[in-house]
Design a protein around this ligand. Structure first.
Ligand code: ATP
Ligand code: MG
Length: 507
């Protein structure tokens, strides 16, 4: 049956309308009734300017509760929500506007004037503003409308959002997500992660990405849980909230930053039930140190814009243990397989391309028929672009992206494997291994290594140490010591940028 995701949220909080839905780091409080009424006002404004089901509304604003309310308004009115990373500049915005053809664009007040001509030239009819303080012409316009709105009925495959991928491997692609995709994933995660009445979520992530927007917010709303809401991640604020909270979701860099706080302790985390990590690989080092410092075992899960969440380490003890370096088992209802270059299934422990199928998997990229023809198999599986292996217990390990796979002299080198050896050497904090064009070998292995604070590393010694451990063709031919790795806000290492930096190293 056709269902609107917002209707599920409304059912969940119907009996708790006066409960705190969101408490912010600036002291603002929103009840569920506030979220419901304010999203109704915006939904009615969208209706009043003639937006129809399936029309797009694009948003590039700082994180705020009214920005989240705008998302809820789009859901309830059947308008397709298209959030953008706040880092994008005008050339990128032009691509997104041209690609998605939004009728509405919500901009930060400081950028709106610069965007007005661009937006008008690309057919955007309504440019409104919304600032980090939650004020702007969007809110003014919505204030003229009443706080009641009948949730829109939808066809089963109705789009809820277009989420542009992070652009880690190339130009961002618009992943179309249906209400059905979002509903199935939210319900599965809500059950699997054992949400109970009284759970309180610390919301520390941006809301233009699948992790902060869908995974975190949907679980909390389905559970009618309070969110403690940070505009920008502050490790101190997180630690201060842990005694009143139960669930935290973060990318690995957030855990690394919290570990730098001296008073992170088991006592401080005693009220917490669950720490979840995803969006980028969690180092075993971080996993172990977190265990030592807090007594909690981080639950790592894996997913992507196109598929929402795919795998998770176990939550309940009886379901098994959380294994460092793995992303756990496929979610109930999601099929996941590893296949070799000829499409043959890999055996246990064999590395192959990860393909997936299930109610959470998107119907395809927005207006990219060639990509859709290429990225889905004839029998309907989506090729994730990640390489991995499945062990005999069904746990999945990601070994890197197929685009980052290094082929040197005909041999495959999986960057994650070489990185894990490098990371284990004394004085090494982290590393990135890439392939750079090489006349004789096609690609040559290059490593960039970040020392632990205070450690003195010697490239020659590191290379010698690694040579004693792994096959010669995997050993980096060049090894650089760097202060840090290039990362985006989601903590993803930008290997494309590293490859550009070292493109001519073997010339
Ligand atoms: P693009 O597709 O534009 O190159 P992207 O793949 O980084 O960018 P996202 O959809 O934001 O865009 O990220 C999904 C990817 O993040 C996955 O395909 C996977 O490579 C990586 N990822 C997510 N969770 C994990 C995890 N727990 N461990 C390792 N990698 C992860
Ligand atoms: Mg991707």
């Amino acid at each position: 049956p056709a269902q609107n995701l917002y209707a599920l949220f409304q059912q969940a909080f119907a009996d708790h309308l006066e409960r705190t839905a969101i408490q912010t780091d600036t002291g603002a409080r929103y009840s569920f009734s506030d979220l419901d009424q304010q999203s109704a006002r915006i939904a009615r404004w969208l209706q009043s300017i003639g937006l129809q089901r399936g029309d797009r509304a694009m948003v590039q604003v700082e994180k705020s509760v009214p920005a989240l309310v705008f998302y809820l308004a789009c859901l309830r009115s059947g308008v397709v929500y298209v959030p953008l990373n706040t880092a994008y500049q005008s050339a990128e915005l032009a691509y997104f506007m041209e690609n998605a053809e939004p009728r509405v664009f919500v901009a930060d007040p400081s950028r709106a004037d610069a965007l007005r001509d661009l937006a008008a030239g690309l057919g955007v009819e309504h440019l409104v503003t919304l600032g980090a303080d939650g004020k702007g012409s969007l809110i003014d316009a919505a204030a003229d409308h009443g706080g009641e709105h009948a949730i829109c009925e939808l066809a089963p495959d109705a789009l809820a959002a277009i989420l542009y991928t992070s652009g880690t491997t190339g130009r961002s692609k618009g992943a179309q997500l249906t209400h059905g995709n979002l509903i199935s994933n939210a319900q599965v995660l809500h059950t699997l992660w054992a949400w109970v009445p009284g759970d309180v979520l610390v919301h520390a992530l941006p809301i233009f990405h699948v992790h902060g927007l869908f995974v975190a917010v949907h679980c909390a709303l389905l559970n009618a849980s309070t969110m403690l809401w940070m505009g920008k991640f502050q490790p101190r604020q997180a630690l201060e909230w842990f005694p009143q909270a139960t669930v935290f979701m973060g990318v690995p860099t957030l855990y690394v930053r919290m570990l730098q706080e001296a008073d992170l302790s088991p006592e401080r985390c005693a009220h917490m039930r669950l720490f979840i990590s995803g969006s980028a690989p969690l180092l075993t080092e971080t996993f172990k140190t977190w265990q030592e410092r807090t007594g909690h075992t981080i639950l790592e899960r894996y997913g992507m814009s196109e598929t929402l969440m795919l795998t998770s380490n176990p939550c309940r003890p009886e379901a098994g243990s959380r294994v460092a370096g793995t992303v756990g088992r496929p979610l109930p209802g999601t099929d996941l397989r590893c296949v070799d270059e000829d499409g043959k299934h890999c055996g246990a422990g064999e590395i192959g391309g990860i393909e997936v199928r299930g109610p959470n998997v998107f119907p395809g990229y927005w207006r990219m028929p060639e990509a859709n023809a290429k990225e889905f198999t004839a029998d309907g599986w989506f090729k994730t672009g990640d390489m991995g292996q499945i062990d005999s217990l069904g746990y999945v390990t990601i070994v890197g992206r197929s685009k980052d796979l290094i082929i040197t002299g005909g041999y495959n080198v999986y960057p994650a494997e070489v990185e894990s050896y490098l990371n284990d050497l004394p004085g090494v904090d982290e590393s990135a291994v890439i392939g750079c064009p090489h006349r004789d070998f096609g690609e040559g292995v290059v490593a960039v290594v970040v020392p632990l604070p205070g450690a003195q590393l010697d490239a020659g010694q590191l290379t010698a140490a690694i040579k004693a451990q792994i096959a010669g063709f995997k050993v980096p031919k060049h090894l650089f010591i760097a202060k840090e790795l290039p990362r985006n806000v989601m903590g993803k290492v930008q290997k494309k940028a590293l490859r550009e930096t070292y493109a001519h190293i073997f010339d």
